[in-house]
Design a protein around this ligand. Structure first.
Ligand SMILES: N[C@@H](CCC(=O)N[C@@H](CS)C(=O)NCC(=O)O)C(=O)O
Length: 191
């Protein structure tokens, strides 16, 4: 059985949890204490970070790579579109996630001016959604899963309101209607 080295509060782990839930994959969780990381985690991942998945003693770190691995290992239900252009767009979102997450962490640290920079990112995300339901276009998938953990944490843990960004708020509503994301929203609310 697949093992996930996990931390409840980690948004990168959340990406993997959501993909596993969407694909209905049975797995075991090993919770890693991020405040007191066990030495053995470096045997699983040289950076000492989570998430890591272990599949028959084979180890894979890095949430973006894990998401793609799971997509190929468990193709159904698909979380990447069939159309190559749509697949590329989803990958582009994931490749550039730092543009969004760096301002998030700056805000979390309380850096000066970070609120305004993060607001710009929320506006950008909302504008990208435009008339489309999902970040990747017409189909829900990995791009949405790659971003929603930070949006939920910004809303529920950093107190960032989403109402000023109606397209983004509606996107979150659509996402939490999915059991896989609802479970994650419940976890964030309890952190
Ligand atoms: N690029 C990694 C980032 C993972 C990451 O930063 N995980 C955090 C927890 S949210 C971690 O393990 N931090 C421990 C540390 O950096 O010391 C990924 O996408 O999986």
């Amino acid at each position: 059985m697949l093992t996930l080295y996990d931390a409840a509060r980690c948004p990168y782990c959340a990406r993997v949890r959501i993909v596993l839930a969407e694909k209905n994959v049975e797995y075991e969780t090993v919770e890693v204490d991020l405040t007191n990381r066990p030495a053995w985690i470096y045997e699983k991942n040289s950076t000492g970070r989570v998430p890591v998945v272990e599949d028959e003693a084979w180890l894979l770190p890095e949430s973006a790579v894990i998401m793609e691995y799971l997509e190929e290992r468990y193709p159904e239900p698909a979380l990447l579109a069939v159309d190559p252009a749509d697949r590329a767009l989803a990958r582009l979102w994931i490749f550039r996630h730092d543009d969004f997450t760096k301002p998030y962490y700056a805000l979390r640290r309380g850096d000066e001016g970070a609120g305004a920079v993060f607001e710009e990112q929320l506006e950008r995300l909302a504008a990208s959604l435009g008339g489309l339901p999902w970040l990747g276009g017409n189909e829900y998938g990995l791009a949405d899963i790659a971003y929603v953990p930070w949006v939920l944490r910004a809303r529920d843990m950093l107190g960032v309101p989403l109402e000023p960004y109606p397209a983004l708020a509606a996107w979150v509503e659509r996402l939490v209607a999915r059991p896989a994301v609802a479970a994650e929203a419940a976890l964030v609310a309890a952190l």
